[in-house]
Design a protein around this ligand. Structure first.
Ligand code: NOJ
Ligand code: NOJ
Length: 621
């Protein structure tokens, strides 16, 4: 039922690109929920007035106040960066204060906290000398390392954080156009650490944003490409150079040539993985397109845009995969919107729809509509035809403008709104957004008051209202420049402690002499088994028989002929390291330790890599 009262609010806020659809019921829900969501985000950040997260340091984003089932009382680099992109945009769009909190101060807290977090040595490694510690996905909320077993590293983190910092500098320049010196001296070295990591490691495997699959993810790679393009534009503005940014054309080549599944007509979420049983139909590329969204880019921009045919084709395949999967969707066919999950094979909490993914299904379409309207034309091609005929049965391959364009866009808008209506249906009266929606009962489930859910609601509402983030350079030359043939290149970076030390980072001092040791295990683990290394060095948990092993071996270079797993470790030289291999059986949740301890004498730090070859064997295997 649509309310009859005329809402002028939506009309006043309308952008030139989005024609507001009259849907008062939905609009008043969005307005109310958006107003609730920003304070809810800030309650999950440490150090602020009205914070719900006691013990979290200033500027630390807690994923959720939930401490059991699941325990999300940690800070993830990804969740934090995505949240801060939203907060910075809110500031740019004109929100100065929320309650007693000034958003400017909230952002400064974040940048100080991250400058220090970059330097915290953790199970992924350390900042100095090779940056490996930057790939660590999560920390305790007092900025200390988390030693438990985890899918690490996760390489989207540094890229997203670089973009969040660069957006924060946009906000600085709006207020203080002469701030170049501060930005160059304070922000740039922190940004450059993350860009260096991206330039150095983009071509190695890491865990995806769902923390499950070790390989190369479309979302991660897209975030890496965006970060380097943005970094190069900022560098120019600051009269600095960004050497790692020169990797951008290689990353683009990799993105464009490996992820498109021609037969299935969708973008693969992950490649170079050992997850042979999965379709790789996943919301990951949709989140990627949202992150790459730039209102100034055309639909054929190299950085995949929301209005690109491949995005829309993927949207259809992904949404269709959930229609008959979740009972609450009641097998609804297009153009009815449904509740959306991460990917159809998901089993986490039995595999449910999530708020962030259902909101993403809407947001990416609002982005696409804005782009089509700005371009004043829409081309339906073979790739996007099925997406469009679902919503507008008369669509055929060809170009549309004028009234035809508007009619198609109205249908897309109605479809997009449908996903927000699904969220509305499953949002409790008090507006709390958990992580998930139970697929059978529709009850909110998993982590309560998930920061990312609220942030996702706000970005959806911004886009629907025609509020777009500043252009990040998707139409720049660098963003569209791809190498002709793809190469596994890498930038050999040096990392800086400079700003962190000024911000009060502990353990900075004079870096000691470090040596790179490559632990190489020749072991063919069965599917569902993971190989870990533990040892008396803090990098390996500091314990030969810990409750949970901490350094998972990277299997990125694994081939059928060479089943090698490696852990590259930068350690202080000289020293003696005692270590063991551990095998995790994922399904049974058990760990089998080798029954012998190995010893390695770390050689002099002469710049040479020390390789240690092992053939682990496990009792009972
Ligand atoms: C598995 C989930 O699928 C993943 O997303 C989550 O982060 C980890 N478990 C830890 O809770
Ligand atoms: C699980 C999600 O899969 C991951 O993306 C997120 O970072 C954590 N939960 C924390 O919210």
């Amino acid at each position: 039922m649509k309310a009859l009262a005329l809402s002028l609010v939506g009309i006043a806020a309308a952008s030139p690109f989005l024609r507001v659809r009259q849907n008062n019921d939905l609009e008043s829900f969005i307005e109310r929920q958006r107003n609730l969501s920003l304070p809810a985000v800030l309650r999950n950040i440490g150090g602020l007035n009205d914070s719900d997260v006691d013990g979290a340091n200033p500027g630390i984003v807690v994923a959720s106040p939930s401490t059991v089932n699941p325990n999300y009382f940690y800070t993830w680099t990804r969740d934090s960066a995505l949240t801060y992109l939203m907060i910075t945009d809110e500031l740019l769009f004109g929100t100065e204060r929320v309650g007693n909190n000034s958003l400017q101060v909230v952002i400064e807290d974040y940048t100080t906290a991250q400058a220090i977090l970059q330097t915290v040595t953790n199970p992924s490694g350390s900042l100095w000398p090779a940056g490996a510690g930057l790939g660590e996905p999560k920390f305790y909320t007092n900025k200390t390392r988390f030693n438990g077993a985890w899918g690490r590293p996760q390489n989207d983190g540094p890229a997203l954080r670089a973009s969040a910092f660069i957006e924060a500098t946009d906000a600085i320049f709006v207020r203080a156009p002469n701030a170049s010196e501060i930005v160059a001296n304070v922000y740039w070295p922190i940004i450059l650490n993350d860009l260096n990591y991206v330039g150095q490691y983009w071509n190695t495997s890491s865990y995806d944003l769902w923390e499950e699959v070790n390989g190369n993810s479309f979302f991660t790679t897209t975030a890496q490409h965006r970060a380097l393009v943005q970094g190069s534009i900022l560098a120019e503005k600051l009269n600095q150079t960004c050497e790692p940014c020169q990797q951008a054309p290689e990353i683009l080549c990799f993105l464009q040539n490996n992820f498109w599944n021609e037969t299935g007509n969708y973008l693969l979420a992950n490649i170079n993985t050992n997850q042979v049983t999965r379709s790789e139909v996943n919301i990951d590329p949709i989140l990627a397109a949202m992150h790459a969204f730039d209102i100034n880019a055309t639909c054929d921009a190299a950085a995949l845009q929301p209005c690109n045919s491949r995005t829309l084709a993927t949207h259809k395949v992904v949404i269709d995969s959930f229609r008959n999967l979740y009972p609450i969707n009641e097998n609804a066919t297009a153009p009815t919107a449904v509740a959306v999950g991460r990917y159809p094979e998901d089993t986490y909490y039995t595999g449910n729809p999530w708020y962030i993914t259902t909101l993403a299904a809407a947001e990416v379409l609002y982005d696409a509509i804005a782009q089509f309207r700005k371009n004043e034309t829409l081309t339906v091609d073979e790739t996007s035809l099925d997406f469009f005929t679902d919503l507008y049965p008369n669509a055929t391959v060809g170009s549309y403008d004028g009234d035809d364009l508007e009619n198609i866009l109205d249908a897309v808008m109605e479809y997009a709104d449908g996903f927000v209506e699904v969220v509305q249906k499953y949002t409790p009266e008090n507006g709390t957004l958990n992580e998930q929606i139970n697929k059978t009962t529709g009850e909110p489930t998993s982590a309560i008051a998930l920061t990312w859910s609220f942030a996702a609601f706000i970005t959806m509402a911004e886009r629907r209202d025609g509020q777009f983030p500043p252009s990040w350079g998707a139409s720049s030359e660098l963003a569209n420049n791809s190498t002709e043939t793809c190469a596994a290149s890498s930038y050999n970076a040096t990392y800086s402690y400079q700003v962190a030390a000024a911000a009060g980072a502990p353990q900075v001092g004079t870096p000691r002499c470090m040596k790179e040791v490559l632990f190489v295990a020749n072991y063919s683990s069965a599917f569902g088994n993971n190989l870990y290394i533990v040892g008396n060095n803090t990098l390996f948990g500091g314990d030969l028989m810990p409750e949970l092993p901490i350094q998972v071996m990277r299997t990125g270079n694994k081939t059928e002929t060479e089943p090698l797993s490696i852990v590259p470790a930068w350690v202080i030289s000289p020293q003696t390291i005692e270590y063991r291999y551990v095998l995790q059986n994922e399904t049974a949740g058990t760990y089998t330790f080798e029954n012998k301890t190995m010893i390695v004498e770390v050689g002099p730090c002469d710049g040479e890599i020390q390789r240690v070859d092992d053939s682990p064997a496990f009792p009972g295997q």
